[in-house]
Design a protein around this ligand. Structure first.
Ligand SMILES: [Zn+2]
Length: 495
C-alpha cells in the first residue's frame, strides 16, 4: 500500500515546541505506524505555515493534487483535523477529492474510507472532542518523556541500566549477550524450557541471583525496549460504578493502535528483524490455556509425584477423567517421567491403601514416631542439602573448566550430564526426608482412625466436589503417585 505523510502543527500542539520539533515528533509516530502496517511511504508533506484554510497551505494543495492524480492508496495524518476542520467548504473539497480518487485517510486511531460509508459529516461533529483526546495523548508528560528517550517505567529490563543523569537507558554488555543468546535460541527452535535449562546449567544467575524460570523468558521476548522502542499508554483508567453504587476506577487494556510507540528511544540490543521473526514464531506457537475453572475436582492439589514431589494435575475430559502425567522440569530442564493414569485407577488404589492403613492403625494404635526420630531426620536433611550445594558447585566448576579450554566439549558434556543426574536424585531424597519430617508430628492414631471413617462416609455420600476436596486435604498429608510401566503405586500419609 502506497501512502504519503501529511504533517502540520495545530493549536492542539505544545506552545513551547517549535513547528520543526512538533512535525519531527509526529513524523516519527507516523513512520512507526506505517512500518508496523507495512505501508510504503512515497511522499512526505511538511506544512510549516500556520494557516487554517487550504488556500493558505501550499503543502496541502500539493498533496491534494497528487491525491486527485491517484498517486496514493492513503494519506497518513496524526488525526483527521490536520487536514481540515470547521470550514465546510474546505471539508467538502477534501471529502470529494479523497472519495473520487478512492484514497483513504489513515490516522493514528482509525482509517476513513469515503467510499465505504458517509461518516465524514459525523467525523466533523466529533472532531472537537477527538482533538481534545489527541491533544492529551500526544502532550501529556509521560508521552513527552517517551519521545525524548527518557526511561519512565521503573526497573529497566535485563540488559539495561538506568542512567540518572541522561534519564535514559544504557546497555549492560554482560547482560545484553544473554538477551541476544535467548533470542537466537528461540530462532534456532528451542522452547522456553530448553532456554531456561541452558541458563541454569550454565550457572548464569538472574539479577536476584536465583534460578531462571520460564516466565522470565516470556517477559523478555516481547519487550520492545530491546529494539529501542519506548511504549506507553497500553492501558487507560476508567471510572465505573460497582454493584454497591460506589464509584471506582479500573484499568482497561487498549488496542495497539492506541499505544504511544516511539522508535529510537533507547539503544537497541536486538535488531528489529530478529525481534519480528521471534514474535511471529511465538504467535504461531501460542496456545490458549485450557484450564477449566468450573470448580475444584475432588483430587485437586492432592496427588503428588513420587519421583519429584510436584503436584499432579487432573484433566476432565469426555471419555473419563485423567491424572495427568507429571509435567515438572528441574531448573536444569530434566523432565520428570512419571506418566499419567485414569482416575478410576487412582481412586481404587486410594481405597486399597486406606483399608490397609485402617488395619495397621487398629492393630498398633500406640505406635507413633518419637521426637528423637524427628531430630535424626533433620540431621539427615541438613547433610543432603549440603551435598546438593556441593553438586551445584561442581557443575559450575565443570562449566569454568570448559570455558577456560581445560576440557574438551565431549568430556564437558559427559561430566555435566553425570552431575545433573546426581542433582535430580539428591533433590528427590531431600523431598522424601522433608515429607517424613512433616509426618512425624500431628494426630494420634485414634484421631486418624476417626478421620478415615468420617472421610469414607463423605466419599460414599456423594457430597459435592469442593467438599470432598476439603475432606481429602483434611485427611491426607500426602498421596504420592508412581507409575512404572503399567503398575501404579500410591503411597499415602495421613495428617
Ligand atoms: Zn514428577
Amino acid at each position: 500500500m502506497d501512502i504519503c505523510l501529511y504533517l502540520r502543527k495545530s493549536r492542539a500542539d505544545s506552545k513551547e515546541q517549535s513547528v520543526e520539533d512538533v512535525l519531527a515528533r509526529h513524523e516519527r509516530s507516523l513512520r512507526e505506524l506505517a512500518e508496523r502496517n507495512g505501508y510504503r511511504i512515497v511522499d512526505v508533506f511538511r506544512e510549516v505555515c500556520s494557516g487554517e484554510s487550504i488556500q493558505s497551505r501550499e503543502q496541502m494543495k500539493a498533496m491534494l493534487t497528487n491525491v486527485q492524480a491517484k498517486m496514493y492508496d492513503g494519506v497518513l495524518v496524526t488525526e483527521q483535523s490536520r487536514l481540515t476542520r470547521g470550514n465546510m467548504k474546505d471539508g467538502g473539497i477534501v471529502q470529494e477529492t479523497f472519495k473520487d480518487s478512492n484514497t483513504k485517510i489513515i490516522t493514528l486511531t482509525k482509517t476513513i474510507d469515503f467510499n465505504e460509508s458517509n461518516m465524514y459529516d459525523f467525523e466533523h461533529i466529533i472532531n472537537a472532542r477527538e482533538l481534545e483526546n489527541t491533544k492529551r495523548r500526544l502532550n501529556d508528560g509521560v508521552n513527552r518523556s517517551a519521545k525524548l528517550g527518557y526511561w519512565v517505567s521503573g526497573v529497566p529490563p535485563i540488559g539495561y541500566l538506568y542512567n540518572s543523569s541522561t534519564k535514559g537507558l544504557e546497555i549492560v554488555e554482560s547482560e545484553a549477550v544473554i538477551v541476544r543468546e535467548i533470542f537466537a535460541r528461540v530462532l534456532a527452535g528451542q522452547n522456553y524450557h530448553e532456554i531456561v535449562a541452558w541458563l541454569n546449567i550454565g550457572g548464569i544467575a538472574t539479577r536476584k541471583d536465583g534460578n531462571w524460570h520460564v516466565n522470565q523468558i516470556k517477559r523478555i521476548l516481547p519487550n520492545e525496549t530491546y529494539i529501542g522502542y519506548a511504549v506507553h499508554g497500553r492501558t487507560r483508567w476508567e471510572k465505573f460504578t460497582d454493584s454497591n453504587g460506589e464509584e471506582k476506577r479500573r484499568e482497561i487494556a487498549l488496542p495497539r493502535e492506541q499505544w504511544t510507540v516511539v522508535p529510537d528511544s533507547f539503544p537497541a540490543i536486538i535488531d528489529k528483524e530478529t525481534f519480528d521473526k521471534v514474535a511471529t514464531l511465538l504467535a504461531a506457537r501460542k496456545q490458549l490455556p485450557k484450564r477449566s475453572r468450573e470448580g475444584r475436582h475432588p483430587l485437586s492439589g492432592v496427588v503428588s509425584c513420587a519421583k519429584c514431589g510436584h503436584l499432579h494435575q487432573i484433566q476432565k475430559n469426555s471419555n473419563g477423567n485423567l491424572l495427568k502425567a507429571c509435567n515438572y522440569r528441574s531448573p536444569e530442564g530434566v523432565r520428570c517421567e512419571n506418566k499419567g493414569v485414569s482416575l478410576s485407577e487412582v481412586y481404587k488404589a486410594i481405597r486399597a491403601e486406606l483399608g490397609k492403613l485402617q488395619e495397621t492403625l487398629v492393630n498398633a494404635p500406640k505406635a507413633t514416631k518419637s521426637s528423637g526420630q524427628r531430630k535424626s531426620l533433620e540431621r539427615q536433611l541438613q547433610r543432603k542439602q549440603s551435598e546438593l550445594t556441593k553438586l551445584t558447585g561442581a557443575v559450575q566448576r565443570i562449566n569454568d573448566l570448559y570455558e577456560l579450554g581445560d576440557i574438551a566439549r565431549l568430556e564437558y558434556l559427559e561430566r555435566k550430564a553425570k552431575r545433573q543426574g546426581e542433582i535430580v536424585s539428591k533433590q528427590r531424597e531431600i523431598s522424601e526426608i522433608q515429607n517424613s519430617i512433616r509426618n512425624t508430628s500431628g494426630l494420634t492414631n485414634e484421631q486418624r482412625l476417626e478421620y478415615i471413617e468420617e472421610f469414607c462416609r463423605q466419599w460414599t455420600e456423594e457430597v459435592n466436589d469442593n467438599e470432598l476436596n476439603r475432606a481429602f486435604h483434611k485427611l491426607f498429608a500426602k498421596v504420592e503417585y508412581l507409575r512404572e510401566g503399567e503398575e501404579v503405586t500410591l503411597t499415602i500419609e495421613l495428617n
